[in-house]
Design a protein around this ligand. Sequence first.
Ligand SMILES: C[S@@+](CC[C@H](N)C(=O)[O-])C[C@H]1O[C@@H](n2cnc3c(N)ncnc32)[C@H](O)[C@@H]1O
Length: 188
Amino acid sequence: METDLEEIAKRILMKIGVTNGEKILDFGSGIGTYTIPAAKLAGSRGIVYALDKDKKNLDELMRKIGLEDLGNIKRVDTSGETKIPLEEESIDIVLLYDVFHDYYFPSPEDRRRLLDDIYRILKPDGFLSVWPKHLESEAKEEIENANFYLESKHEGNLIHNDIEVEKGEILNFRKRKKERKKERKKEN
Ligand SMILES: C[S@@+](CC[C@H](N)C(=O)[O-])C[C@H]1O[C@@H](n2cnc3c(N)ncnc32)[C@H](O)[C@@H]1O
């Protein structure tokens, strides 16, 4: 059963564009439902940062990695802050699956802070991939307002709560260039 679920996750990750050699951040990775297949697709030249505020989830992920001898997953423990401990413009793909919603980020301002930091760490040609589970109606607009544009949509089977298979839609966004504020010319 676990292998079937991994195949399902792998299929959708291939569809959204995960390929070999990429640097990926799985924000809110949980126990690694998408982290592990992403790491297999990224291969030894790639890396997946599994970031979560729940230590137990990351412990379970590490246990699973140990069974598979996967060396390209890096654990990132946080306290739930929206500031991501990664370098500016260092990441090819950010996965934001079933975490961008009211339960974890109660206000639009919280979500905006997170999006601003994702913008900071993404490479100029990188992309943000979102499964807007539980926030289907607002997510697209909020993300577009944070200087991203929707590039593609990908329907397919997704895994919810690590075990339930359901149809869903992944949205891939690219960074828009931020407009520079025009400096007002001082009148003499
Ligand atoms: C519903 S699970 C989704 C897990 C995984 N992305 C998936 O789709 O299978 C949400 C995860 O996000 C984590 N999370 C929620 N808010 C977070 C925050 N502010 N910083 C880091 N992790 C967070 C939770 O601890 C939980 O493991």
